[in-house]
Design a protein around this ligand. Structure first.
Ligand SMILES: Cc1cc2nc3c(=O)[nH]c(=O)nc-3n(C[C@H](O)[C@H](O)[C@H](O)COP(=O)(O)OP(=O)(O)OC[C@H]3O[C@@H](n4cnc5c(N)ncnc54)[C@H](O)[C@@H]3O)c2cc1C
Length: 255
């Protein structure tokens, strides 16, 4: 299906459609979108469908950003996003995925065959290859929860944003009893790494103000069986995308 059809019926809001009608008589306005991740592609798609002349500048040599489906094993393996979180109509990706006829494998029911990442079934090993006692993993997990709760208070007290790493340092300085030593310290670092893995960013790049502000949609989780690549391809179809183009600065002019 032509992605133009999907987006013109589902994702373009009234404002853009109205501007499309107004602008039909005037020269085509042009827009540069920076980044060909899914946000940039979706924005560019909507603008293109509303008759804007769009160019996307992407610094890498591929599309998708943190969505990257690898086919080198002969089957799709998503190296970044793999799930549709919230299989419901409220999710703006759902109509696009449905329109493309892509299969979702539900991993949020009892029939899921995927391993779970709950802490009870999680085994950690130290650098000598010895398993870290499960009790230590659980206890440090509780401490990490407390540290994060305390970072919430730091956030409430300070109007300026800071990184999660900075906030953890503030908490550990004011609550030395939460500091960990030896193996427990290493396990605490693992918890921080786990958080970094979730955001694909170092803790000194994660915003204290927004890290826990996501809104979880209903409908459970669906794994993209064919990978996310078809979604990226559909959004990118016919767009003018310049790969290996890293933008260095934006100059604002008031006219
Ligand atoms: C391992 C992993 C697993 C994930 N799993 C899921 C999941 O299952 N489900 C889910 O919904 N989400 C998941 N996410 C999150 C999801 O991938 C991201 O939220 C989403 O892909 C972000 O898209 P974006 O377009 O906003 O940013 P990005 O994908 O980061 O795109 C930004 C683009 O801008 C380009 N760029 C940056 N600077 C410049 C510049 N100066 N000039 C030109 N181009 C530039 C970058 O190269 C990149 O292509 C996961 C992320 C990771 C890393």
């Amino acid at each position: 299906m032509d992605p133009k059809e999907l987006f013109s019926t589902n994702l373009i809001d009234g404002k853009i459609v109205a501007s499309h009608i107004e602008r039909q008589c005037s020269p085509l306005p042009s827009v540069i979108v920076i980044g060909a991740g899914i946000s940039g592609l979706a924005a560019a798609r909507s603008l293109y469908d509303a008759s804007f002349e769009v160019t996307i500048l992407e610094s890498r040599d591929r599309l998708g950003g943190r969505i990257n489906t690898d086919y080198s094993f002969g089957c799709p393996v998503d190296m970044g996003a793999s799930w549709l979180h919230g299989v419901c109509n409220e999710n703006p990706l759902a109509p696009l995925i449905r329109g493309l006829g892509l299969t979702l494998y539900r991993t949020s029911g009892d029939d899921s065959i995927l391993y779970d990442h709950d802490l009870e079934s999680c085994m950690l090993f130290n650098t000598d290859g010895h398993q870290v006692p499960q009790q230590i993993v659980m206890d440090v997990g509780e401490t990490f929860k407390r540290i994060l709760e305390e970072t919430g208070k730091v956030r409430d007290e300070d109007p300026d944003d800071m990184s999660v790493q900075q906030a953890i340092s503030v908490v550990l300085n004011s609550h030395p009893e939460l500091k960990q030593q030896g193996l427990s310290h290493e396990v605490l670092q693992w918890y921080i790494c786990r958080m970094e893995a979730w955001f694909a960013a170092d803790a000194d790049m994660i915003s204290l103000k927004t890290w826990d502000q996501e809104h979880v949609l209903s409908g459970g989780h669906g794994l993209m069986v064919e990978g996310y690549d078809p979604v990226i391809k559909a959004l990118a179809k016919n767009l003018d995308i310049r790969l290996n183009h890293r933008h260095a600065c934006i100059i604002y002019r008031m006219t």
